[in-house]
Design a binder for this molecule. Structure first.
Ligand code: ATP
Ligand code: MG
Length: 416
């Protein structure tokens, strides 16, 4: 029979890989809780407008990468491609506008119909944080610092650099967009098809283009930082100053834009060159316009999301779940007697596995293979004398011993 496959870009996570993912998420939760961010869980699918409205009809996520479907009530739903829109929607629905600021962390699967590559999947996980209700630039510094400490906790900060930029407020952004269009209009015939389309729909996204001809054209494009009004410029300087005080190194990158319509002011990315072209491991920015787009009042917000798969490729750590003790019986008739022993040992805090079948030499081979530290064996003699045979697998020594005494021996050995 033909094997049933998983969908392209959608992977199983076997224990080894899952262990690394959990390590990443645990570090994220740990660090963010220290910054007093509280974990929130939002739905994996929503009415598609939750994403369509804020992400804009020209974004890749909405036009090319979406998983949209109709359910049996004919409602149009979308598998979430990102977390921010859902978190802000949840914040608005819960009436938390009255109680700002709110700081949230979240993690879970996101879905985008992309061309799968290493570090680029169709179902992938993000860990993210959102700081909602603070328009002051201090909040931008706070979330960048949180991201930095998160990567530091994962012991990979040395392999990562921070890029930041500012898009300024709505006025600055508008002025810059005009200048960019003016400049690019002269190169219309050379621009890639995608960029040409964006020129009328979402020109800022062109800065993000991976096309080499586009990139050449962009070298001399106007610099967004030259178009910031005084207020926006000062704000950006404040962010940079905060990072200097924290001794967080950064590089200003004029081509860094968050393509989505609701972003303003600070944009940042933590990037590595260890993962080929999928080098952005954490990205974020300020999204003061988002709440209004979702039908709420204006509420400031800033946050980031990190790709768990990409980070998991960078973290070290082997998954080990070998038993402290393997239980086996000389013959299968004694298997039942192993069950209460197993429960007792588990309640004592040990990791225990029973090997049920096979002859004794096969069972020992298996115990060796799974790296058990001890074997407890029950045979005719042990049952008659109401003891166990305890074998120290590291030393190869064996003794007949009372179970409670045996527990003491095991504990003492494992502690050393
Ligand atoms: P990219 O430029 O790599 O497509 P993006 O700008 O689309 O990234 P964001 O929407 O900012 O990504 O998502 C934040 C982070 O989530 C990314 O920096 C990346 O680490 C991760 N991420 C995004 N898309 C994917 C994907 N398809 N597979 C795995 N991780 C992803
Ligand atoms: Mg993308």
């Amino acid at each position: 029979m033909e094997k049933l496959r998983t969908v392209r870009g959608v992977h199983d996570l076997l224990p080894d890989a899952l262990h690394k993912h959990k390590k990443v998420i645990k570090a994220g939760l740990n660090v963010s809780s220290k910054y007093c961010y509280s974990e929130i869980e939002i739905p994996i699918f929503e009415f598609s407008e939750v994403f369509k409205k804020p992400l804009g009809n020209s974004s890749d996520i909405v036009t090319k990468e979406n998983y949209i479907f109709k359910d049996r009530s004919d409602d149009e739903l979308m598998l979430r491609p990102e977390g921010t829109s859902g978190v802000v929607r949840a914040f608005l629905n819960a009436g938390l506008v009255q109680d700002i600021p709110q700081r949230f962390s979240y993690f879970g699967p996101m879905f985008r119909y992309e061309r799968p590559q290493k570090g680029r999947l169709r179902q992938f996980k993000q860990f993210g944080v959102e700081c909602i209700g603070i328009s002051n630039s201090m909040a931008d510094i706070e979330v960048i610092s949180l991201g930095y400490e998160f990567l530091n906790k994962l012991n990979i900060i040395d392999k990562i650099s921070l890029k930041i930029n500012s898009l300024g407020d709505a006025d600055s952004r508008l002025n810059y967009t005009k200048a960019l269009i003016d400049y690019l209009n002269d190169y219309k015939s050379q621009l890639s098809k995608d960029s040409l389309k964006r020129l009328s729909e979402n020109p800022l996204r062109i800065l993000d283009s991976k096309n080499s001809v586009d990139q050449k054209i962009l070298i001399n494009a106007p610099n967004v930082l030259d178009y910031l009004n005084e207020r926006s410029k000062e704000r950006f300087e404040n962010v940079c100053e905060g990072l200097d005080i924290l001794k967080i190194k950064y590089e200003i990158d004029k081509s860094l834009v968050r393509g989505l319509d609701y972003y303003c002011h600070t944009a940042f990315e933590f990037i590595t060159d260890e993962l080929g072209s999928q080098g952005t491991v954490l990205a974020g920015g300020r999204y003061d316009g988002l709440s209004k787009m979702l039908g709420g009042v204006e509420v400031a917000g800033v946050g980031w999301a990190a790709g768990v798969e990409r980070l998991a490729l960078m973290v070290q750590g082997e998954y080990i779940n070998s038993p402290d003790i393997v239980l086996m019986a000389q013959t299968e008739v004694y298997n039942h007697l192993l069950l209460p022993i197993m429960n007792k040992l588990i309640n004592e805090g040990f990791r225990v596995e029973i090997i049920y079948t096979g002859n004794i030499s096969k069972k020992f081979k298996r115990a060796n293979k799974i790296n058990a530290s001890f074997v407890v064996l029950l045979g005719e003699e042990e049952v008659a004398k109401k003891v166990i045979k305890l074998r120290n697998m590291m030393l190869g020594s064996e003794q007949l011993i009372d179970l409670n005494q045996g527990i003491k021996v095991i504990r003492k050995t494992l502690q050393n």
